[in-house]
Write a protein that binds this ligand. Structure first.
Ligand code: SIN
Length: 326
């Protein structure tokens, strides 16, 4: 593989068109999203120039991947801290005992949250992390530990490219809209007592613009996290549902996506503002275990095209983790 700075997603901001990494190799994986990075040892403190290049690759490719980085929890936290402020593992679902910034992405993590048979639609399960919060995480860093010999891939989609792919007329309309995000069991399923307990202890409901503007690049992003966005403010229920389904179907079109095959020690680092992702479902028909660990970085409050920030309807912003606010 050779590194390239020539392939550039259509929507990559001007400031990144000429990005040429000098300390790492960046290998794009698709036309619009995803690049594999070589040449950095994430178990050690990173040179600031390497951090800057990884940040630029992330802004441009939205999700970057590293191979053969078998980090400990502490090394994972140290790597994440080079790029922002880690939050508590998961604002609603907790953390790994003894490692408050680390969230366990275990195979059966949903089994004590919901019961019943899920209604599956093309966009079911796609989400950006914790958009029920007024300041959803800026980024997430997921590390593969126990990985099935086959199956269990994760997909990401580029929400800036998806925005650019809408007609100008529809872009003009969605630019003006806002929507309400919160946790519910997936369609067709019922909440368990654990779901009710956790979501009552930390209720999170927020209104975000449907199109958010990324401060560093000026990019506009279709911020329509399918698992959390429940209705568009000011529209009739049927109008809201039909428009959301159109947008969800659009953002999950294959040409905006990348699919990642995990190995133990693989790391995926995504911009949670400009992507949505889909956890695998095929693992439930296989007997293999799957265990990953995730750290999220504190995010800012999104701002829409009209300059209006998101608002919290219920709940507090997700802070950087400090022992005293755990
Ligand atoms: C996540 O949704 O953060 C986890 C994705 C995965 O399990 O692959």
């Amino acid at each position: 593989m050779t590194a390239t700075a020539l392939t550039t997603p259509r929507t990559a901001p001007d400031s990144l068109q000429d990005f040429v990494p000098r300390h790492i190799a960046v290998h794009p994986l698709t036309g619009h999203i995803g690049a594999e990075i070589e040449g950095a040892d994430l178990s050690r403190p990173l040179d600031p120039a390497v951090v800057e290049e990884i940040q630029a690759a992330l802004l441009k490719w939205k999700v970057v991947f590293f191979r053969d980085q078998p980090l400990t929890h502490d090394q994972h936290v140290a790597f994440a801290s080079a790029f922002g402020q880690p939050t508590i593992g998961h604002a609603v679902y907790g953390f790994v005992e003894g490692h408050p910034q680390v969230y366990s992405v275990a195979r059966n993590r949903f089994s004590d949250r919901h019961t019943g048979e899920q209604l599956i639609r093309p966009w079911t399960g796609w989400h950006s992390d914790i958009t029920a919060a007024v300041n959803p995480p800026a980024a997430s860093i997921l590390r593969g530990d126990v990985i099935p010999p086959y199956g269990g891939d994760t997909l990401w989609t580029n929400l800036a490219e998806a925005y650019a792919g809408l007609s100008e007329t529809l872009r003009g309309f969605v630019d003006t809209l806002r929507g309400v995000h919160y946790f519910t069991p997936p369609e067709g399923q019922d909440p368990t007592e654990d779901f009710i307990r956790r979501n009552s202890a930390r209720p999170l409901i927020s209104e975000h613009p449907l199109v958010r503007v990324i401060p560093e690049t000026g990019e506009r992003v279709l911020f329509v996290s399918p698992s959390f966005l429940k209705r568009i403010t000011g529209l009739k229920p049927r109008e809201s549902q039909q428009l959301l389904e159109l947008l969800w179907e659009h953002v999950t079109r294959p040409e905006y996506t990348v699919r990642f095959r995990w190995h133990p020690g693989s790391i995926a680092f995504w911009d949670n503002r400009t992507t949505a992702h889909l956890a695998p479902r095929d693992i439930y028909s296989l007997d293999f275990d799957r265990q990953l660990y995730r750290i999220t970085l504190r995010g800012d409050v999104p701002v829409g095209v009209d300059g209006r920030p998101s608002t919290a309807i219920k709940g507090e912003p997700i802070d950087a983790y400090e022992p005293e606010n755990a």
